[in-house]
Design a protein around this ligand. Structure first.
Ligand code: BES
Ligand code: MN
Ligand code: ZN
Length: 535
């Protein structure tokens, strides 16, 4: 994260699009700066001045009252008339007509004070930004949303996350833009407050939040790019760029190397595509004192999943361009970690390929042999993610991962079980799983442990091989997770199924339609907060 020394500003590069990842530097970049300032309401010169108001606030703060006098009492009137109630997410814009230094004043509802938390702060920041952008503001000032018991640095992080994620649009391919396709206008956000000690912490938090959110935007872009552009090779280019910028080691394996490693399952899935498969390995070494403690992050990167010979139905198949969201999340998390520089060692392994039907494609009935020697009977070529991940998990362990998290858009069954709000977890270690749940909570990304009783694994028994690749329609999210477990040796592992959470059809406070970048911040928080025994 570049810091502009002269101003002490936190800069976020808003990579809005990138439609040729093979040529470097073609991403359209816009900058947004964020900075804490010691200012009173009346002193700030800005296009939009945001004022946070709690629901059921009977009396306005004295500085708001003073400002309201200059605004001829419009704020108080809006409240007594019941137009503005301070409900969470509500915004009302007042035209100040030269009465105060800000061109517009935006009232921002914060909901009930006792409910203010990280997620409310993120959403509020995004909503304030949205209201400001409606007025085409270039600068915006908003209060540091604090209350007793909240940590200032974390509040800074939440604010920057909300602002940065909230500023995201994917307009790369819309030559003719309509009203809803407005490019972000706000270039500078001032977070105002009075307490200088808090301010310092806020600035630190802002910087961290910007790093985290930037990783999220990377993941969203990767998902939103069409599958003809964002193919395995293009993903490799982006991964390399992330590794290079962070000074991480980077390696990419092609078909030949994978053959040498006996990755029969991965290669089976890739066999039907004209695009060659790639496996990316990145290493971040931030804890040389504990070289053997390596967190392995493994991502499913199907740049398109047609289902293969067991072809998917046509309706909604386009969404399978997002079947690389697990890989995108791992890359986004690595980008964030490269800037946050936690004391930890991280190994990222992402498996990239397409699942296509063709004369060279794998078929139902085939038996594939994975890197660890286990044989798998293929009963449905659409259950391909687990095959790619099986070999990636084996490889991550061979490279030294001592504990693992894999992220994948693995099953439609998980979407049926948990909908679009929570990601599903399957694990072999309760403590490690709890760490993922906790990191998810901090990130505002719900993660729900699914029961992973050994009995479910009965459904994966094959008549002719060690395993079969589908476990029937019952408990499909769990059996998919347990399939992966068969490729993890004795060490903590968590599987995160993001099929329902990685893509949204409904815009939310800090999400737009399309890729959500889910799991980037959960993974980054997990690694950042992870303290293994002896540290
Ligand atoms: N990529 C899909 C899962 C998916 C579904 C992701 C919906 C996002 C939204 C996966 O490869 C798949 O096709 N899974 C099959 C498994 C089945 C054949 C056992 C599924 O869920 O239908
Ligand atoms: Mn599939
Ligand atoms: Zn898939």
């Amino acid at each position: 994260m570049k810091k502009e020394k002269d101003y002490g500003m936190i800069q976020v590069t808003r990579k809005l699009s990138g439609n040729n990842y093979r040529q470097k530097n073609l991403e359209v970049c816009k900058l947004m700066q964020m900075q804490w300032v010691k200012e009173s309401l009346e002193g700030i010169t800005t296009d939009v001045l945001v004022i946070g108001i709690y629901e059921e606030a009977n009396v306005l703060d004295t500085d708001v009252q003073r400002l309201d006098v200059k605004l001829s009492g419009q704020i108080a009137e809006m409240m007594t008339e019941g137009i503005f109630k301070g409900k969470e997410g509500q915004t009302e814009t007042i035209f100040s007509q030269g009465q105060v230094t800000a061109k517009r004043v935006v009232l921002l509802g914060l909901g009930k004070e006792e409910k203010l938390n990280g997620e409310v702060i993120r959403k509020a920041a995004a909503q304030a930004l949205k209201a400001a952008e409606k007025t085409k503001a270039v600068t915006m000032a908003m209060p540091v949303l604090m209350k007793e018991g909240l940590n200032a640095r974390e509040v800074g992080t939440y604010l920057a996350e909300g602002l940065t994620m909230g500023s995201y649009r994917f307009l790369a391919y819309k030559k003719k833009k309509d009203d809803n396709d407005q490019e972000p206008t706000v270039q500078k956000v001032l977070l105002y407050g009075q307490d200088e000690q808090v301010g310092e912490q806020i600035d630190k938090g802002l910087e961290e939040g910007a790093c985290l959110a930037q990783g999220v935007l990377t993941a969203r872009n990767l998902v939103n790019e069409p599958p003809n552009v964002m193919d395995p090779e293009a993903m490799v280019c982006k991964a390399e760029e992330i590794a290079r910028e962070a000074g991480m080691s980077f390696e990419v394996l092609g078909r030949e190397e994978m053959k040498d490693l006996n990755m029969g399952c991965f290669l089976g899935v890739a066999a039907g595509s004209a695009k060659p498969p790639k496996l990316v390995v990145m290493k971040y070494e931030g804890n040389p004192d504990a070289k053997d403690e390596i967190i392995g992050l493994v991502g499913k990167g199907l740049t398109f999943d047609s289902g293969g010979i067991s072809l998917k139905p046509g309706a909604g198949m386009d969404e399978m361009k997002g079947d690389m969201a697990g890989a995108a999340a791992v890359l986004g998390a690595m980008e964030a970690l490269g800037k946050l520089k936690p004391v930890a060692n991280v190994l990222a392994v992402v498996g990239l390929c397409e699942n296509m039907p063709s004369g060279t494609a794998y078929r139902p009935g085939d038996i594939l042999t994975s890197m660890n020697g286990k044989t798998v009977e293929i009963l449905n070529t659409d259950a391909e993610g687990r095959l790619v991940l099986a070999d990636c998990l084996c490889y991550a362990q061979q490279l030294g991962a001592s504990r693992l998290v894999n992220v994948a858009t693995l099953t439609g069954a998980c979407v049926i079980a948990l909908g679009n709000h929570a990601s599903g977890l399957v694990s072999n270690d309760e403590q490690w799983q709890q760490s993922v749940v906790d990191a998810g909570k901090k990130a505002g990304e719900a993660c729900w442990p699914l029961p992973a009783y050994d009995e479910y694994a009965e459904q994966l028994k094959s008549d002719v091989a060690d395993l079969q690749n589908i476990g029937g329609k019952e408990a499909g999210a769990i059996t998919a997770g347990l399939f992966l477990k068969a490729f993890v040796d004795d060490r903590p592992w968590v599987h995160m199924d993001i099929a329902g959470t990685s893509y949204t059809k409904k815009p939310k406070a800090y999400q737009v339609k399309g890729g959500t970048g889910v799991a980037v911040r959960t993974l980054a928080y997990l690694v950042n907060d992870w303290k293994h025994e002896g540290v």
